[in-house]
Write a protein that binds this ligand. Structure first.
Ligand SMILES: Cc1cc2nc3c(=O)[nH]c(=O)nc-3n(C[C@H](O)[C@H](O)[C@H](O)COP(=O)(O)OP(=O)(O)OC[C@H]3O[C@@H](n4cnc5c(N)ncnc54)[C@H](O)[C@@H]3O)c2cc1C
Length: 410
């Protein structure tokens, strides 16, 4: 019997876990190497899901039931006075990064998931690929999968020119536990609510609560507010802690200066529907993530493949990050299996299937966020495409489901 092939999966978040599960299901050994020292489940926030994500999870043989997320059947748009201006009946399940992570991690063999392993270097030769880690240890395999996110070390090694590009805005985020949700706005809780102040975008929806609980009374209410933030002054200021240290283009949430969080809450009173401002005011920990676009020139090179955010990052407006990572992982395993042991042709097929998809998702999400990015330009310089779309259009297209992903896959 021939020896089982071994994949070294770098990055143990959602993309890495999907890749390792899928490769194992097609007869490979797969070991995950994660830089962080212990369980990642406390990080992350609410995510939109698509039918394709649930389908990929089912095809892996994992359980998809009502504990995966919270269904929302109505979208609505509120004006500054808090009146409903538009409604749209449409169903979408909202989940959380932690819920999907737990599902994948708890069903993966503990011995093959290694925490505290930070990839530094890759060595390749005709017989295999070696991963070299920061602690000096090495692992040898037949394939290395870079699932190490937007700041991927793997991508930096194989495609150093492919860098994330800041979109010109940040997403302010927060979660309110259902018991703390303002009682007088109870009717809001089950809805996907949007506000569109000039050049900005606020989205709010229910998600699994802490402990990933989806039962009424234990859920959470997630909000995400996209706001133009210039790269030269405003972003470094947001990323500077109370001691005056700038942490780069992100900052650990507890280090965000209290006066900045207070300013966001005050801006919410000025710019958003009063109900939504109340929800923001009720949020204990406000944090932000800068929004980036990233496109890689290819999904694979030699014995290395990229999946998920390491390869392509679309702005969150299509809500496709987790779904795309799941689809990449399944396609990678299928392409390799279909190539009957010829890794080169398997990886070539993977690239030809998934690269166009990645590029189209990035372009589509960029289009949806173009009006926010354009706020940093003088009005006269903005193109037609950079004008703020109607609330009806945004309400229909944001985080849209099924059809988009299928059309994009074509
Ligand atoms: C504001 C915002 C909103 C979002 N909303 C949604 C949404 O609604 N729906 C959705 O599907 N997605 C959403 N996403 C995207 C989603 O979070 C990611 O796409 C998803 O987590 C898949 O990412 P990944 O596994 O490829 O990478 P990541 O989740 O970034 O994981 C990469 C992993 O690699 C590890 N790592 C990094 N470097 C190394 C190294 N050198 N060695 C070893 N390990 C390493 C990291 O520690 C990390 O665990 C959103 C993202 C943002 C920023």
């Amino acid at each position: 019997m021939s020896k089982r092939q071994r994949a070294l999966v770098i990055g143990g978040s959602i993309g890495g876990l999907f890749a390792a599960h899928w490769l194992r299901s097609t007869g490979w050994d797969a070991t995950v190497f994660e830089r962080v020292g212990d369980d990642l489940a406390s990080r992350g926030a609410g995510i939109g899901t698509h039918d394709e994500l649930r389908a990929v999870i089912r095809r892996l043989g994992l359980t998809v039931d009502e504990t995966i997320g919270v269904w929302v059947h109505l979208r609505q748009c509120l004006d500054l006075a808090g009146r409903v201006t538009h409604e749209l009946a449409t169903s979408q399940m909202q989940s959380s990064w932690a819920r999907i992570y737990r599902l994948l991690k708890d069903t993966f063999p503990i011995a093959d998931y290694r925490f505290g392993m930070s990839l530094e270097r890759i060595e390749q030769d005709a017989g295999g690929v070696t991963a070299v880690f920061a602690d000096g240890s090495r692992a040898r395999g037949d394939l290395l999968v870079g699932a190490d996110g937007v700041r991927s070390t793997v991508r930096e090694i194989i495609f150093p020119g492919a860098q994330p590009r800041y979109a010109g805005y940040v997403a302010w985020r927060g979660l309110v536990d259902e018991p703390a949700f303002p009682e007088k706005h109870r009717d809001l809780f089950e809805r996907y609510t949007m506000c569109f102040p000039e050049g900005e975008m606020m989205l709010c929806y229910p998600v699994p609560g802490r402990d990933n609980d989806t039962r009424p009374g234990r859920r959470g209410y997630n909000h995400i507010w996209y706001r133009p933030t210039d790269l030269e002054r405003a972003l470094p200021d947001l990323c500077t802690d109370a001691s005056g240290r700038c942490h780069g283009q992100s900052i650990p949430p507890p280090l965000i200066r209290p006066e900045i969080a207070a300013r966001i809450k005050a801006d919410a009173r000025r710019l958003l529907a009063p109900q939504i401002a109340d929800v923001v005011a009720q949020t204990e920990l406000l944090f932000f993530q800068a929004v980036f676009d990233l496109e890689s020139p290819a999904m694979a090179a030699d014995r290395v493949a990229l999946v998920g955010d390491a390869a392509f990052v679309a702005r969150p407006h299509v809500g496709a990050g987790v779904t795309k990572a799941a689809m990449d992982a399944e396609a990678l395993a299928a392409a390799i299996r279909g190539a009957d042991g010829n890794l080169d042709s398997g990886l070539a097929r993977y690239d030809s299937e998934r690269r166009p998809f990645g590029s189209r998702v990035v372009a589509r999400a960029r289009g949806l966020g173009a009006y926010i990015e354009a706020q940093l330009k003088p009005l006269a310089q903005r193109t037609e495409r950079e004008k703020q779309p109607s609330p009806e259009y945004l309400m229909r297209e944001i985080g849209t489901i099924n059809l988009d992903l299928k059309a994009l896959s074509a």
